[in-house]
Design a protein around this ligand. Sequence first.
Ligand code: CA
Length: 222
Amino acid sequence: MRILVVEDEPGISGFLKQGLEEESFAVDVAENGEKGLQHALSGAYDLLLLDWMLPLKSGVEVCREFRARYAHTPVIFLTAKDTVEETIAGLQSGANDYIKKPFHFEELLERIRVQLRGKEVLEEKYTLGPITLFTDRHLVLRGNEEVPLTQKEFALLEYLMKNKNQICRRTQIIEDVWDIHFEYNTGVIDVFMNSLRKKLQFTTSEDYIQTIRGIGYIAREL
Ligand code: CA
């Protein structure tokens, strides 16, 4: 589970990063609203911890813009604000919860767990070396970087990753990914496979997708 902390006070962000990493979360920190939004929009995060008062872009603005693209990723505000109007503004921008500064780490941790409950079970994802594919979000990451793929490239990669360590025959791939139910010129697969390997930065020395000559392909860990 990966958490993005958007917080301009290094003391607080450092404390959060250390505490959350000790609880086995992967944590990235952004120190202003613009960077925070940029990171958040990569789609790499399971949850956002968002400070309210931030340089360049406020927490509410970040939350609103993030929500326009990601409807389901939980957002928790860290706020010194505690008037009813401000709390409502935060929730209206799309936040799931908020916690008032100063807070106890244990309480924040519990709120994070509540938001993430069931997420691990619900979200279907597959891994292959440095690549993670999220089925529902139609997202592919190499490390933390998004790999932009076309629909067919995504479908092809998804098929190979779902069938990891099994030989995928060319005829099966054509049937499943291209939805064509007859013997077809399967050369089209090679064209897509080449561009897929390039985009995933699979080199000949690090090729997690191997060609089985005359038969098909197999995705496997090196
Ligand atoms: Ca602040």
